[in-house]
Design a protein around this ligand. Structure first.
Ligand code: XBP
Ligand code: MG
Length: 251
C-alpha cells in the first residue's frame, strides 16, 4: 500500500448534480432549437445515462427510437452539431449559477489542497463544461488547483472504459495505489476498477440504486459539519465527513 498522493475527481454527479436539471435541460433546448420534438423526460434521461458521452447518448437514443436516422447521410455531423448547441445551453446554465457544487465538495477540495495532495479531474464530459463549472462555483483561479483536467474526447473510449483514468495516471506519473478516485456511478467504478484505482462513491438521485461492487465505501454525500453523510455501503469508522485525512486512511 502506498501513501496517498492524488485525488482524482469525477465531475457529473460527483462535483455537482449536473444531469437532471443541467445536461438534460440543455439537450432538450438543443433539440427544440433544431425543430425536433425529442423531449428527454427525467425518467427517460435516467435510462439514457447508461451511455456516457453526450454525442454517444444522442446516438444511443436514435438507435432506440429512430434507428433509420442512423443510416442518413451526414448523421454524424448532425449529432455533433446538436451536441455543440447542447453544450452552448449547458454552459449558459453554469454561467447563470444554476448548478451549484454538491455539499462538502468545496470543503474537501480545500482540505486536499492544504494537505498537499495532487488534484485531478477524470471525466467523460466536455472539457469546457469542467472549466466553466469550476469558474462559476469556485472562481477562475480554481482551474489551476487541478494538475490535470482529463475530459471528454481526449481518450478513444469513455467510461466505463478505463481510458480516462489510465490517461491521468500516465500524465501524472502515478501508480493506481497512490490515488483515490471519487465517483458517483456504476460506469464510473467500472472504469476505476479496471484502472486499479481505489474508489469512493457518492451517490445521487440517478445512481443511488446502481451496483458499486469494489468501492471502498458508498456515501450519500461528502458531508458538512452540520450535515454528516450517511454511509450506504462499507465502513468509515463513525466519520461524518469525507476529509483529506479520511481519504489518506482509506488508501
Ligand atoms: C457524465 C457523462 C457526460 C455528461 C454529459 O460524465 O457521461 O457525458 O452526461 O456531458 P462524468 P457531455 O460522470 O464522467 O463526469 O454532453 O459533455 O458528454
Ligand atoms: Mg459521474
Amino acid at each position: 500500500m502506498s501513501a496517498l498522493e492524488a485525488v482524482l475527481f469525477d465531475v457529473d454527479g460527483t462535483l455537482a448534480d449536473t444531469e437532471r436539471d443541467g445536461h438534460r435541460v440543455a439537450f432538450n433546448r438543443a433539440f427544440s432549437e433544431a425543430g425536433l420534438d425529442w423531449d428527454w423526460s427525467v425518467s427517460l434521461y435516467g435510462e439514457l445515462l447508461a451511455v456516457t458521452g453526450g454525442k454517444e447518448r444522442i446516438r444511443h437514443y436514435l438507435s432506440r427510437f429512430f434507428p433509420e436516422m442512423l443510416d442518413e447521410e451526414g448523421i454524424d455531423g448532425r449529432i455533433a452539431q446538436l451536441h455543440r448547441r447542447k453544450t452552448h445551453y449547458y454552459l449558459e446554465l453554469l454561467r447563470a449559477g444554476e448548478i451549484p457544487l454538491r455539499p462538502g465538495v468545496e470543503r474537501l477540495i480545500s482540505e486536499c489542497r492544504q494537505a498537499g495532495l495532487r488534484l485531478a479531474i477524470a471525466t467523460t464530459t466536455t472539457p469546457e463544461n469542467v472549466t466553466t463549472l469550476l469558474e462559476s462555483t469556485l472562481g477562475p483561479d480554481s482551474i489551476d488547483w487541478f494538475e490535470l483536467i482529463a475530459a471528454g474526447d481526449i481518450v478513444p473510449a469513455k467510461k466505463p472504459a478505463p481510458d480516462i483514468y489510465l490517461y491521468a495516471l500516465e500524465k501524472m506519473s502515478l501508480m493506481p495505489d497512490q490515488c483515490i478516485a471519487l465517483e458517483d456511478s456504476h460506469n464510473g467504478i467500472r472504469a476505476t476498477s479496471q484502472a486499479g484505482i481505489p474508489t469512493l462513491i457518492t451517490v445521487n438521485g440517478y445512481t443511488e440504486k446502481e451496483d458499486f461492487t469494489g468501492a471502498l465505501a458508498v456515501v450519500d454525500q461528502f458531508g458538512m459539519p452540520d450535515e454528516p453523510f450517511s454511509v450506504l455501503e462499507g465502513e468509515l469508522g463513525g466519520a461524518g465527513m469525507i476529509s483529506a485525512d479520511l481519504l489518506k486512511q482509506l488508501v
